[in-house]
Design a binder for this molecule. Structure first.
Ligand code: SF4
Length: 232
């Protein structure tokens, strides 16, 4: 298959709109049970959980977050807890020494620069130690209820397979979705794409033959070209 140039493998705007219309009608979207991350209503706990989730399975992140918040509830309490105790509590999520340093720096910054209150803008969130674009967008979307399409591994895979975006990294996909997704899809887009990625457009063995987007999808049309070329 010929390697495409980035920026040339994109659906036209009208088909992106149609793809989101279908996703909306097939996927549940932002439901009462679609909480995060991951079920953390308190902004401080939400940011901490996000930092702990780096390269960690959801269940390990939850175990680490629960263990840590059994010991502390506030930035001051976390800062006062010895590093060894923090590392021990968050051990299940891996990279615990680096994450301990980030958590301590996060608390110091919240206390010194934000009056102990987690900021709500992307720019401010991304200036917090250990917080990148994905983490900032997840906190904005889930905790502050903002209309933001947070991009995790599922959203990144699906958006780029379909041709809604054509980007090499999740952060660039998130940036592209700000303009490529219609305004009405910004609120629930994250949920539709992630639900679709888990149920249909799976990482391994996507269900292309029965997929309700296969007449639009650039990944599917490219794979048919490859099969046709192989048999001819
Ligand atoms: S056709 Fe296949 S690759 Fe394309 S969106 Fe559907 S499941 Fe994903």
């Amino acid at each position: 298959m010929a390697k495409h140039q980035r920026g040339q493998r994109l659906l036209p705007e009208s088909e992106v709109e149609e793809a989101f219309r279908r996703l909306k009608s097939h996927m549940p979207g932002r439901t009462a049970t679609a909480k995060g991350p991951k079920d953390q209503p308190d902004p401080f706990r939400s940011v901490v959980s996000c930092i702990l989730s780096a390269q960690s399975l959801d269940r390990n992140t939850a175990a680490a977050t629960n263990a840590l918040f059994a010991l502390v509830k506030t930035p001051d309490e976390l800062l006062a807890l010895p590093d060894e105790a923090v590392a021990q509590a968050i051990r299940p999520c891996g990279l615990y020494n680096m994450k301990t340093r980030n958590l301590k720096a996060l608390c110091r910054t919240l206390i010194d620069e934000h009056e102990r209150v987690v900021p709500q803008t992307r720019e401010e969130l991304m200036r917090l130690p250990g917080v990148g674009r994905k983490c900032a967008d997840i906190v904005m979307s889930f905790t502050f209820d903002a209309d933001v399409i947070a991009v995790d591994t599922h959203v990144n895979r699906v958006a780029n397979r379909i041709g809604i975006t054509d980007e090499a990294t999740a952060d660039r996909t998130a940036q592209a979705l700000e303009t490529r997704a219609p305004a009405w899809a910004q609120r629930d887009g994250h949920f539709w794409l992630i639900q679709f990625g888990k149920a249909v457009c799976k990482s391994q063995r996507p269900r292309c033959e029965t997929c309700f987007l296969n007449d639009l999808c650039l990944f599917f049309s490219a794979s048919k070209v490859v099969v046709t070329e192989a048999v001819s």
